[in-house]
Ligand binder design. Structure first.
Ligand code: AHR
Length: 681
């Protein structure tokens, strides 16, 4: 990198043209040469645009507890730190026999019989587990370690030495009980923690609690409940939570930190198709997901084919958004599923359910639903200002009719709430009122990169775009490749440049438990104890500072428009220091020399010290991160030495580069320079 003498612009352009000619000649000869490309940045405020504070956010499609298949276990077995899978034995739904998977038993058929019945004390989840112990007292002695049941969690529980775990379960028996509760390795040994639960009278359902201190670590541990006493014992709602969740709110710390690091401008939840259901009877209903966890009925998420216990419910989502310091965007079911719909004339109960949900989130602590929230420990309202009416439902028979009913009812009760329509308004204006229209794109790398200009011609008046799901999918993406991230970065630069037409954008899906890769690729990969970001996750870091920043006018002079895109912003760091950030995506396979020319700054206001270049790239466009090499593709930062208004930066093939130039608000006058005022820029 070096600086270019400030020649007259005309000479500079001739130089660029000649260089481009030379490049083509030399490429044709098979010799390697960098393609020079001029990037002009107008740093004056007059042509700048304010970027919405919400432009780059996250979409959390929940996945709770599964017995069959699930979309990635993003929630339970993921961000939601509950370690017991199928804690209420309800996974078969309200039927007997239920599906107790992944619970299993310790002993054999002559010593223990395990079944389910509908004897739970919880009215809305009636299944309990019945364990009949045949050994002990008067019969054949039980095996040394006893007989019982165990739960392996979500492909193993991550139990860590020195930490404590809170166990809660409900039990009843006609006789006294003497239970051993332990955390062990995946085969039942070694024992990492153990405690005894002894009671003489539990003929009625009784809540038991214990804190387990752990003396060893195992990422694939299991929870065991065993006994050597003959008799019949019923179990229900068995929960094991680490005590060190984020603020005690139940979120796994390492996964929470990954989200927090993205500095999301919003959080869309809880889906996706999860909100719709394949059938309405299986759609997410917020009222069934609040209150004491033991009493929540859970439901069968039929799109991804798994039972959810709804421990991560409406309240927890709002709490998560608050903990992340981001704006919640609630997507609700509007009476439309994948396969059935409620006629508009009958949609009123669905509307009332959503109005109640809004009151739960925002209502005064003395209001009907606000008081329920307050009783759950959150007297202050949540800052819910956005709702989406359905997901991908535009065009369904009753969508528009239902949408209008919801729109009018919500605007009447909460005029400040912004409402998102499922219908795409990017090509022609919507035929109905909305604050935003939803836009989803999942496609190949070249298509996603080529969609960067999609919003150049989108309407500037009326509803703005909410690109609530974007990702490169298919062969290009693998399990999260570099080229997917590069293409997505190009797309996001296109959105950034159209920030007067696009208000929000989020990658999808966010999380995948590596043991349940139902949807591929995803931004964050984890198992019970480890986590890494795919290149698409790290790519989003380059856009963190864009929220609320200023978009500058910039243009590339190049014949590489099919493989190069760039934008320029100014943003302020936490010390109120101002930066000029140029982001450039090189989607092609040659080096490019970016010849940057910045106009509109005070003389000498760019400062070398504190200016950096950050690059996301790798040797092969199909390269991926993995548990073995989690940091193969991560942003690499280096210092920039010779920073000036005219400078060259070499941009690698298949890369995303961020050039961050510190703007000195007190430029030092140098010999021969014009006199300068303290910049107000
Ligand atoms: O993000 C995964 C799925 O993709 C979402 O559930 C749905 O909205 C889309 O089809």
């Amino acid at each position: 990198m070096g600086s270019i003498t400030p020649w007259p612009r005309i000479l500079f352009l001739i130089f660029i043209a000649l260089s481009a000619f030379y490049f083509h000649q030399s490429s044709a000869d098979g010799t390697e040469a960098d393609q020079p490309v001029a990037l002009y940045v107008n740093a004056s405020e007059s042509s700048a645009k304010k970027i919405p504070k919400t432009l780059f956010g996250i979409f959390f499609e929940v996945s709770l507890i599964s017995t069959l298949e699930e979309i990635n276990h993003a929630g339970a077995g993921g961000l939601w730190a509950e370690l017991v899978s199928n804690r209420g034995f309800e996974a078969g739904g309200p039927n007997v026999p239920s599906n107790i998977d992944p619970w299993s038993f310790i002993g054999n058929e002559s010593s223990v019989i395990v079944s389910t019945d509908r004897s739970s004390s919880f009215e809305r989840n009636k299944i309990a587990l019945r364990m009949e112990v045949l050994c002990g007292e008067g019969s054949k002695a039980c095996p040394a370690g006893g007989v019982g049941i165990y739960n392996p969690g979500f492909w193993g529980m991550n139990i860590e030495q020195g930490k404590t775990y809170k166990l809660v379960f409900y039990v009843r028996s006609s006789g006294p009980i003497n239970l051993s509760v332990s955390l062990t390795g995946s085969t039942g040994s070694p024992t990492l923690a153990t405690t005894s639960i002894v009671a003489s009278e539990v003929s009625n359902w009784t809540k038991m609690e214990a804190t387990l201190q752990v003396k060893g670590s195992d990422a694939k541990a299991r929870l065991q409940l065993t006994t050597t006493r003959k008799g019949v014992i019923w179990f229900d709602q068995v929960s094991l939570m680490p005590t060190d969740t984020y603020k005690g709110h139940g979120f796994r710390n390492d996964l929470f930190a990954m989200l927090k690091d993205l500095k999301p401008g919003f959080m869309r939840f809880p889906g996706g198709c999860f909100v719709e259901g394949d059938w309405l009877r299986n759609a997410f209903r917020w009222k069934e997901t609040i209150g004491p966890w033991e009493e929540r009925p859970g439901h069968f998420g039929d799109v991804w084919h798994y039972w959810t216990d709804d421990g991560f419910g409406h309240f927890e989502f709002l709490q998560l958004a608050e903990d992340l310091g981001t704006a919640p965007i609630w997507v609700f079911n509007n009476g439309v599923s994948h396969n059935d719909e409620v006629e508009t004339s009958s949609v009123l109960p669905f509307i009332q359910e959503i109005l109640d949900g809004l009151e739960f989130a925002r209502g005064d602590a003395h209001s009907k639903w606000g008081s329920v929230r307050a009783a759950l420990g959150h007297p202050e309202p949540f800052d819910l200002k956005y709702v989406a009416v359905g997901n991908e439902d535009c065009g369904k028979k009753y969508y528009l009719g239902n949408y209008l009913r919801f729109y009018n009812a919500i605007k009447r009760a909460y005029p400040d709430i912004k409402i998102i329509s499922n219908c795409d308004g990017s090509s022609k204006p919507l035929d109905h009122p909305a604050d935003f229209y939803d836009y989803h794109i999942y496609s190949s790398a070249s298509t996603v990169f080529g969609t960067a200009q999609k919003f150049d011609k989108a309407p500037r008046s009326g509803p703005k775009a909410f690109v609530s799901e974007y990702a490169v999918t298919g062969d290009d993406a693998g399990k999260g490749s570099l080229i997917a991230a590069i293409a997505e970065a190009g797309f996001l630069i296109g959105l950034e440049k159209n920030c007067d037409a696009v208000e929000m954008a989020s990658y999808a899906p966010l999380f995948v438990n590596t043991n349940d890769r139902t949807w591929n690729p995803d931004a964050i990969v984890f198992d019970s104890s480890k986590v890494y970001g795919t290149p698409s996750y790290w790519m989003q870091h380059f856009f963190r500072e864009s929220n609320g920043a200023t978009l500058l006018d910039s243009s590339l002079r190049s014949n590489l428009e099919n493989s190069l895109i760039a934008s320029a912003i100014t943003w302020k760091d936490s010390d109120s220091r101002k930066h000029l950030r140029i982001k450039v995506v090189n989607f092609g396979s040659n080096n490019v020399t970016l010849q940057i020319s910045v106009d509109g700054l005070e003389v000498n206001s760019l400062q070398s010290s504190g200016s950096t270049k950050v690059v996301l790239t790798s040797g092969n466009p199909k390269d991926e991160n993995s548990f073995q090499t989690p940091n193969k593709i991560v942003p690499i930062k280096s210092q920039l030495d010779e920073v000036s208004e005219e400078m060259d930066v070499v941009v690698s093939p298949h890369s995303l580069t961020s050039i961050d130039l510190l703007i000195n608000s007190n430029p030092i006058r140098t010999m021969g320079s014009n006199s300068v005022d303290v910049s107000s820029y």
